[in-house]
Design a protein around this ligand. Structure first.
Ligand code: FDA
Length: 503
């Protein structure tokens, strides 16, 4: 049961939260983590913890009546989505007017549902987005620490050249090379040795069995197996699941009281409890942490929060697109769910793009090459408080996504020209070739140095901290979780050393 008081509280259990809880636990500080999603460790009636993408059931999504998969169609047929019962499933798609955002729900946050790509940004770009952060320290100390803590590993390049699972990536690489483009291997937190055994048929398949966005039953080093396991191992950290923080109130003595809504997995509210703490860490992700502080400011609970709260949000320039492969360029029916290769055109002077070569794990030949393009889109959105729904609404208009499309189009027009290929127009529900109405990489809202100081301390309040992707100003140029992890490592080290955090 939830105590009335804990010296430290961490909201959420994603990357920033997990790092923070581990380091607090190691420092001997009793810490409660509050997570609105479930702990994913019990098998369902089919003997599995998670369902796959081909036959999704209620475990797939967070309180939806029908799944909302990123590839909405195939040959314009609505084959990707299925009716499900509303339930506290693992993947949420939060739909705002002009933008939808995918996020993980459960102990481990996004690590439960993501593609496991563990990429460090180019140092020059890191210096551009976060100029006030010491890059020597990040690249010398905190990125290595993050990679070690996350269990990042690299693919066996000889195996890559001959395996069935990455035939799709080799087909895309050939097309990139014909265009004169560089490709690069992408480090991962999916265990590539396990994947080898999956292909050899000696272990139960996961990444090779269409398991990705609704969770992986094997192979994935998600946070519950890395940072969070270590945090619990300190003996000072506990995790409360199905516990959503609704409000943050500050008491006269400076301590914080949280209003926590406890539910069951069907969404029935069981109770509303109060938990007080001296040190409060927000790790509820870009959407979650930003909403909590926008609500707190605009309802007058934390009136000294700055105008910067809710600003500086971006999509990391995400765009998805598909190209039609030539009939002779078959990918085979087996595609590893975890990407392992990217097209690196980030040094392009007009349209920098880092494009992940993404699988279509449909279990059949699709003659499609799919990409998640990460582009440098300067547009930023912001959040406003909507009193009627007591929630924060993202303000982002469709035209703000156009720079992302322009960049992706400039790259893939070249690829198509060099290979005499065309785009796929059947993948996103209508006839568009570029899908930029959703992002996997929500970043910003509580930007480092604006809403907080240079170490995530929220301006205007003592002992209140931001630890997650909301610190990053809208863009990282690559997939973001290693950067979120490394920044959290940097910040919590400083906070524990300077702010007197103790039991
Ligand atoms: P994160 O979102 O991980 O965690 C926040 C947690 O807080 C969640 O568990 C949420 O339920 C909880 N929460 C929110 N509000 C709460 C409240 N009020 N009370 C209690 N709990 C609350 N990145 C990458 O680097 N490589 C990749 O391959 C991919 N691929 C990818 C695929 C898909 C499908 C998705 C959705 C995302 C990715 N990402 C990715 C992105 C990556 O997963 C994402 O950037 C991080 O998970 C963000 O980490 P945070 O610590 O910011 O929060």
């Amino acid at each position: 049961p939830l105590p009335d008081y804990s010296p430290a509280v961490v909201i959420g259990t994603g990357y920033g939260a997990a790092v923070t809880a581990l380091r607090l636990g190691e420092a001997g500080v009793p810490t409660v983590m509050l997570e609105m999603g479930q702990l994913w460790n019990e098998a369902g009636p089919d003997g599995k913890v998670f369902c796959d993408m081909l036959k999704p059931d209620r475990r797939s999504m967070w309180f939806k009546k029908r799944t909302e998969a990123p590839l909405a169609s195939f040959l314009w047929l609505d084959v990707a989505n299925h009716d499900i019962d509303p339930y506290a499933g693992v993947l949420d798609r939060v739909n705002y007017g002009g933008m939808s955002v995918y996020v993980g729900r459960g102990v481990g946050g996004g690590s439960l549902v993501n593609g496991a790509m563990a990429v460090q940004p180019k140092r020059s770009y890191f210096e551009e987005i976060l100029p006030q952060v010491d890059a020597d320290e990040m690249y010398g100390k905190y990125y290595p620490r993050a990679n070690a803590g996350l269990g990042v590993n690299h693919i066996d390049e000889d195996w890559f050249e001959t395996c069935k699972s990455y035939q799709f990536a080799r087909v895309s690489r050939k097309a990139a090379q014909k265009t004169g483009l560089k490709t690069t291997f992408v480090p991962s937190v999916y265990d590539f040795d396990y994947m080898k055994q999956e292909e050899a048929g000696t272990v139960e398949r996961s990444a090779l069995a269409s398991e990705v966005i609704y969770g992986n039953n094997h192979g994935k080093r998600s946070l519950d197996k890395t940072y969070l396991a270590a945090a619990l191992g300190t003996g000072h950290v506990t995790i409360q699941t199905l516990s959503e923080v609704r409000e943050i109130i500050q008491q006269q003595d400076g301590t914080y009281t949280l209003v926590v809504r406890e539910s069951d997995a069907l969404g029935n509210v069981l109770s509303t409890k109060h938990l007080s703490t001296k040190y409060l860490f927000l790790g509820a992700g870009s959407l979650g942490s930003t909403e909590l502080l926008v609500r707190a400011r605009d309802t007058g609970r934390l009136p000294r929060l700055s105008e910067a709260v809710g600003q500086g949000w971006g999509t990391n320039g995400n765009v998805m697109l598909g190209r039609a492969n030539h009939v002779w360029d078959t990918t085979g029916s087996l595609e590893a769910g975890m990407p392992a290769l990217g097209i690196d055109d980030w040094d392009n002077p007009t349209h920098p793009v880092f494009a992940e070569i993404a699988p279509v794990p449909a279990g059949l030949e699709t003659w499609a090459s799919l990409y998640l393009a990460i582009t440098k889109n300067p547009e930023r959105g912001h959040f406003t408080y909507d009193a009627a729904s007591d929630s924060a609404k993202l303000q982002w208009t469709p035209d703000q996504g156009q720079p992302s499309i322009d960049a992706a189009k400039s790259l893939f027009d070249r690829v198509n020209k060099a290979n005499s290929t065309i785009y796929r127009y059947d993948l996103f529900g209508d006839t568009r070739a570029f899908e930029n109405r959703f992002t996997y990489h929500p970043l910003g809202g509580l930007v480092l140095g604006d809403a907080t100081d240079n170490y995530g301390r929220v301006k205007g309040y003592r002992n209140l901290y931001v630890t997650d992707g909301s610190l990053i100003p809208g863009s990282t140029g690559v997939n973001p979780f290693v950067t979120i992890t490394a920044l959290a490592e940097r910040n919590i080290e400083r906070v524990i050393a300077e702010d007197g955090v103790r039991a």
